[in-house]
Design a binder for this molecule. Sequence first.
Ligand code: SAH
Length: 359
Amino acid sequence: MTTRYDATRDDIAEVLGDAPRYRVDQVWQGLYQHCTEPGDWTNLPLGLRSELAERLPAALTPVTESVSDDGDTVKFLWELDGGERIETVLMLYRDRATVCVSSQAGCAMACGFCATGQAGFTRHLTVGEIVEQIARATRRAADVDRRVSNVVYMGMGEPMANEERVWRSVERLHGEFGLSARHITISTVGLVPGIRALAERPLPVNLAVSLHAANDDLRDDLVPINRRYPIDDLLDACSDYLAARNRRISFEWAMIDGVNDRDLDAAELAALCRRLRPRAHVNLIPLNPTPGYPTTGSSLRRVHEFRDLLESLGANATVRQNRGTEIDAACGQLAAGQPVRIETTRRASSPPDAPSDTG
Ligand code: SAH
């Protein structure tokens, strides 16, 4: 059965049967402008509402909603049709909101410091499962008078391993929710084929690359997919993306004490930033605690020193504000309650399999 945010206008017309054509627009408005449930669509006859609710089911069943102490970060835990669980984070700002969406249940990339990676891969999300996360977060933001202005694909999963469906969800955000491409950011661990596919797509979305290490030795260890797509190949794909797009790329860098926060790391990172035109921007993320990674984050003082060092070497950097750590909603903490593999030793030498659209 098609879920409501997987459904096309044609699917809806089919469900509506003999009803007048303008009903399709009313349903579409309910889904994409009001982000409400069929039961709320009082401009439709009652019988139609219940038929729509039944034949276009929701993809996400709410399990829990956690709110940070200051009330500005909301984490949703959802159950999917097959019992899998995923999370979505809504970040509220003074006059707008950002949604952080998941693209897969779990993740196969096995980055040791990330809770999603620690839990392993379950499956790709469908277009409807991705889009419904945004619809529901938009509704929740509207309850507190905020409009969703930005969507970041930085939740659970590797979006570029699910590029086709992720792309179709981007089209919905752009076409139906009215978000401009500059307000949509896709974050990738560095899957070169995915970055190349994205460069061919017609909308110039922002690209963030989770770099975390600027030499292959260290990156092989921190981000195991680097063994398949080493830094030189990744930087080539980034250059080609920039050539196709008028956008800046950002590098994500989770600061791990004594591992990637040394002066030498800053020098190597700045050199990579300078290789791209325009230069890459660095987002420094103080490492968030996760159950399966024993190493601690750099001190806040070191994070700021590292930023200053980068700036002095010609690379722009910002320190990302950490939000929602107390509800495990911050970068790298989304595990949807999955048990994690506790790993304290260096990983084996084979790179993770990257399940992708093409198999
Ligand atoms: N798989 C994609 C999308 C996830 S984005 C990607 O890797 O880009 C989540 C971001 O949080 C990534 O940049 C990831 O590397 C970072 N991250 C993971 N674990 C973290 C942790 N413990 N502390 C801080 N950042 C972390």
